[in-house]
Design a protein around this ligand. Structure first.
Ligand SMILES: NC(=O)c1ccc[n+]([C@@H]2O[C@H](COP(=O)([O-])OP(=O)(O)OC[C@H]3O[C@@H](n4cnc5c(N)ncnc54)[C@H](O)[C@@H]3O)[C@@H](O)[C@H]2O)c1
Length: 274
């Protein structure tokens, strides 16, 4: 009896949008998807945020990612898009479809973090977290679904966090946004399940990116995050962006039988949950 042997699907001819694609996990996803054959659209370079303790991506970061994608022989469109702004998001989707003729994959990865006990979270810090991590994902998903619907094919991956799976002291506000996107993604998955579009979530644990280690090689400046890093059942402090990318690749390449799932890249943290 013959067997069908699964192999990685090619993404040749696919077009992938990656929000927060200038650096960190977004850059890793962009390069890997281009190696798999996709053309890439990067959204990044948001307007200023006053409550972050680390810098956002720069134009040099965005250009460097764009160059890495081009070196794979794929097209790359690098756009200044702040996902907090629905008009910018809608315009970026229009520009993508105009230039590439389609939009197949969206990785809603853009996010920011601030930490601190809930009673010390300022209104401004709350708004900056919610506007990017929750409303920004809403703007992105709302805008990418119509072109996917027309194609009757789409793959959406939302980046949550292990902070979206558990309580962590000092992360009440951030975790609220990361739990929120899981509810959004699961519900949207059900809305789209009959239309060839899947919606899944990845939950990284602490990852070695500029978000938590702004100066490469230096100690993580945030004591609350350092404390969480020491608690991992698998005894390593953090994961690498590529560890998350492998999950993203799986979710965009699989043939459309996985939706509404939450994939943890968590160094075993959820094994402790009931
Ligand atoms: N690094 C971690 O430990 C960790 C752990 C779990 C989840 N996450 C999540 O992973 C995702 C990627 O983070 P990262 O680790 O690569 O950090 P990062 O800071 O290196 O990358 C985030 C990118 O998003 C961009 N961005 C932020 N706000 C934006 C906005 N409003 N509009 C457009 N772009 C915006 C930034 O400029 C940056 O390039 C985020 O959603 C983050 O919350 C990170």
């Amino acid at each position: 009896m013959g067997i069908s042997v699964p192999s990685l699907a090619s993404l040749d001819g696919r077009v992938a949008v990656i929000t927060g694609g200038a650096r960190g996990q977004g850059r890793s996803h962009a390069v890997a998807l281009s190696v798999a054959g996709a053309d890439i659209v990067l959204w990044d370079l948001p307007g200023p945020m006053s409550t972050l303790t680390y810098p956002l991506a720069t134009r040099d970061d965005l250009e460097a990612t764009s160059k890495l994608v081009s070196e794979q022989g794929r097209r790359c469109l690098a756009l200044s898009v702040d996902v907090r702004d629905a008009d910018q998001v809608d315009a970026a989707v229009c520009q993508t479809v105009e230039e590439f003729g389609r939009l197949d994959i969206a990785v809603a990865n853009a996010g920011v973090v601030t930490t601190g006990p809930l009673v010390d979270v300022s209104d401004e810090a709350w708004e900056e977290l919610v506007d990017t991590n929750l409303t920004g994902v809403f703007h992105t998903l709302r805008a990418v679904v119509p072109p996917m619907r027309e194609q009757r094919w789409g793959r959406i991956v939302v980046t949550s966090s292990m902070g979206g799976r558990m309580g962590i002291p000092g992360q009440s506000a951030y975790n609220a946004t990361k739990w929120g996107v899981i509810g959004m993604a699961k519900s949207l998955a059900l809305e789209l399940a009959k239309e060839g579009i899947t919606v899944n979530v990845v939950c990284p644990t602490t990852a070695q990116t500029p978000m938590v280690q702004p100066v490469p090689g230096e100690d993580v400046p945030n004591e609350l995050i350092r404390r969480y890093m020491r608690s991992n059942p698998i005894p390593q402090p953090w994961i690498q962006p590529e560890d998350v990318t492998r999950a993203v690749l799986y979710l965009v390449e699989e043939p459309g039988v996985v939706t509404g799932e939450v994939m943890e890249i968590g160094l075993g943290a959820s094994a402790r949950m009931p």
